[in-house]
Design a protein around this ligand. Structure first.
Ligand code: NAD
Length: 361
C-alpha cells in the first residue's frame, strides 16, 4: 500500500510487443481509475532486454523489493527464449516473480464473445494452473536447474510434485469453483505418471471433500484436448499441474477467439501479478498491430483481486466494466485484425477508454 493512500501498481512493459500493449493497458487503467475513483498510481520500471542494457540484468537489483512494496504488478511479455545464462544477468522475469513472490496459482479464464466466429458454441471456463513446480525446470531446485545434460546426447528433465503445492492449488480451484458454477475438473495423466499425478489427483479429491456442494470429475490430459474442443461448455473450473495447465490454457484462449484474448493472473497469498498469456511476439513487434486485450483483461483480473482482498467493491466494478468494454469493442469491430477489427494497438486501447468513459458499461 502506498503511503499517500493511493494504490500503487508496478508496470514492467517487457520486450517485443510488451511496450505497445503495456501502453494501451495503462491508458485503460488510468481511465478506469478516474471513472471508479480507484486512486491508482502507476510506477513503470524496465525489465527484460531494456533492463539488461541499462543495469546488466533483465531484473535489476532492488526491483523485487520495489514490486513487493507495490499493491500489484503488471508484467508485459518478455523474450524468455533469449535469456539463457542467469550468471550474465539473463534472468527469466516471469519465473523470477512467480517464484520469489510465491505466486502459486495461475488463473486463466476463457470465454466466447459475440462478434467472433463461434463454431463450438458459447463457453465460459477458467483454467487454474499450478505455477511454482512441475515440469518447469527453472523453479524446482534450491540451487540449479532440474534439467540435466547426462551426456551430450542424453537429457534428463525432472518434474517436482509436492503435497503442499497440490493442496494449495486444489484449494484455490475449489474456492473459485464455489463462486462460479460449482463444477471442478481435475486434468492429469495419472495413468502414466502414476505416483506424481496420482498424488495430485488424490489430493484434489481430498481437498474437494471440504466443499460438498462441488461436483468434481477428472479427465486425462490427452483426452482433454478432444473433450474441450468437442464440448467446451461442459467445463467450469479446470485445475491442473504446471505444464499441462499452460498448454491447455493456450488452447482454451485460442478456442475463445484468439490467444490475444487470454487474460492471466498469477496469485499468491500476499501478491498478484497480471500477465498476458502470450509471449513477446517479436514477429509483429513495433508495428502497432498487437492485440492488447490479453494484458488489459489480465489487469482487470488484478483489480478484481485487489477489490476482493481489500473489500473495496469499486475495484471489482472497474474490473467488470473493463471486461464488458472489451466485449463491446469486439462486438463493434473496434479491435485489432486478429479478432476481426482493423484498428492498431493504440487505437484499440483508446476505443476501450472511450467505451469506459462514456459510461456504456
Ligand atoms: P508468442 O506468444 O510470442 O507468439 C505466437 C504467435 O502469436 C505469433 O505469431 C505472434 O505474432 C502471435 N501473437 C502473440 N501475441 C499476440 C498478440 N497480443 N496480438 C496478436 N498476435 C499475437 O510465442 P513465441 O513466438 O513462441 O515466443 C516469442 C517469445 O516470447 C519467446 O522468447 C518466448 O520464450 C517468449 N514467451 C514469453 C512469455 C511470457 O513472457 N509470459 C510467454 C510465452 C513465450
Amino acid at each position: 500500500m502506498a503511503t499517500d493512500g493511493k494504490i500503487s501498481l508496478a508496470v514492467l512493459a517487457g520486450d517485443g510487443i510488451g511496450p505497445e500493449i503495456a501502453a494501451a493497458t495503462t491508458c485503460v487503467l488510468q481511465a478506469a481509475s478516474e471513472r471508479f475513483q480507484l486512486d491508482v498510481r502507476i510506477e513503470q520500471h524496465p525489465v527484460g532486454h531494456e533492463s539488461l542494457r541499462q543495469f546488466g540484468s533483465t531484473v535489476r537489483p532492488g526491483l523485487l523489493e520495489t514490486v513487493r512494496s507495490a499493491d500489484g504488478l503488471i508484467l508485459g511479455p518478455t523474450a524468455t527464449f533469449d535469456f539463457k545464462d542467469e550468471q550474465s544477468g539473463e534472468i527469466n522475469p516471469s519465473r523470477f516473480f512467480r517464484k520469489n513472490l510465491d505466486l502459486f496459482a495461475n488463473v486463466r479464464p476463457a470465454r466466447t464473445y459475440a462478434g467472433l466466429p463461434n463454431r463450438l458454441g458459447d463457453f465460459d471456463l477458467v483454467v487454474v494452473r499450478e505455477n511454482t513446480e512441475g515440469f518447469y525446470a527453472d523453479r524446482n531446485m534450491e540451487q540449479g536447474n532440474s534439467e540435466l545434460l547426462v551426456t551430450p546426447d542424453v537429457v534428463v528433465s525432472l518434474r517436482r510434485i509436492t503435497r503442499h503445492c497440490c493442496e494449495r492449488i486444489a484449494k484455490a480451484a475449489c474456492q473459485l469453483a464455489m463462486r462460479r458454477r460449482k463444477h471442478l475438473t481435475v486434468v492429469h495423466k495419472a495413468n502414466v505418471l502414476k505416483i506424481g499425478d496420482g498424488m495430485f489427483l488424490d489430493i484434489c479429491r481430498e481437498i474437494a471433500r471440504a466443499f460438498p456442494d462441488l461436483v468434481v470429475d477428472d479427465v486425462l490430459v490427452d483426452a482433454m484436448m478432444a473433450h474441450v474442443v468437442r464440448q467446451p461448455d461442459r467445463f467450469d473450473v479446470i485445475v491442473s499441474t504446471n505444464m499441462f495447465g499452460d498448454i491447455l490454457s493456450d488452447l482454451t484462449a485460442e478456442l475463445s477467439g484468439s490467444l490475444g484474448l487470454g487474460g492471466s493472473l498469477n496469485v499468491g497469498t500476499d501478491h498478484a501479478m497480471a500477465q498476458a498469456a502470450h509471449g513477446s511476439a517479436p514477429d509483429i513487434a513495433g508495428r502497432d498491430v498487437a492485440n492488447p486485450f490479453s494484458l488489459i483483461l489480465s489487469m482487470a483480473l488484478l483489480l478484481a483481486w485487489h477489490g476482493e482482498r481489500s473489500g473495496a467493491s469499486r475495484f471489482e466494478s472497474a474490473a467488470r466494466a473493463i471486461e464488458s468494454a472489451v466485449a463491446a469493442a469486439i462486438e463493434g469491430g473496434q479491435s485489432t485484425r486478429d479478432v476481426g477489427g482493423n484498428l492498431g494497438t493504440a487505437a484499440t486501447g483508446q476505443a476501450i477508454v472511450e467505451i469506459l468513459t462514456s459510461n456504456e458499461t
